[in-house]
Design a protein around this ligand. Structure first.
Ligand code: 3PG
Length: 191
């Protein structure tokens, strides 16, 4: 089993912009604006046809301290594609048996999505203690995270889904929240 260093990636990136790239023309202005605003990572979701090319372009046009991640990885075919694209981190909204098996050998940092205690326990049994809590707003938000901090004190979460400019500081203030993710950042930059 390889080491998953996602906690190190997120420690330096408390806010993770989750973006959907419709056209490659969007990539350079977006990455430039993020860097200018001292946001040094991006999660490009695999929800558009140009997402893989967008990832490669984001890596080319960003500086060395900028982390280019990929989100919405839902099957092993996509996992192989993004490993090939040499991304800096991988985000999965959830897990299935096939992905769990494949991830055991992945050396790129990855963030698996969970909602339930059983899913958290499965991840802990694999040594994965830094997890995406998704969809955070539907799965209980701040109060669920406070409860999980009592039960699973070793887990650090990156909540996403319904996080906003208004509520993200409250999430980051929780001891068991390492970072937050969301689409509001891209909208906020007017890009
Ligand atoms: C997602 O994967 O869509 C993210 O969780 C972003 O959700 P948001 O649009 O509610 O920020």
């Amino acid at each position: 089993m390889s080491q998953n260093n996602i906690r190190t990636v997120l420690e330096g990136n408390p806010v993770v912009p989750v973006v959907k790239i419709q056209s490659l023309d969007e990539v350079v202005p977006l990455v430039t604006a993020l860097q200018e605003n001292n946001i040094n990572c991006i999660e490009i979701t695999l929800r558009t046809d140009c997402a893989i090319d967008a990832l490669k372009l984001a890596k080319e046009c960003s500086n060395d301290s900028f982390s280019v991640g990929v989100g919405t990885v839902v099957n092993t075919k996509q996992l192989a594609q993004v490993i090939e694209a040499d991304v800096d981190f991988i985000v999965l909204p959830g897990l299935n048996d096939e992905l769990v098996d494949a991830l055991k050998d992945v050396s790129i940092p990855f963030l698996p999505g969970v909602v339930t205690p059983s899913e958290m326990m499965q991840c802990l049994s694999l040594g994965w203690d830094t997890l995406k809590f998704f969809p955070a707003n539907i799965a209980g938000g701040l109060s669920a995270l406070k409860t999980y901090s009592q039960v699973f004190s070793q887990i650090k979460f990156c909540p996403t889904g319904g996080i906003s400019k208004g509520n993200y500081p409250e999430y980051l203030a929780l001891d068991n929240v390492i970072s937050v993710g969301g689409s509001w950042i891209q909208k906020d930059l007017n890009l």
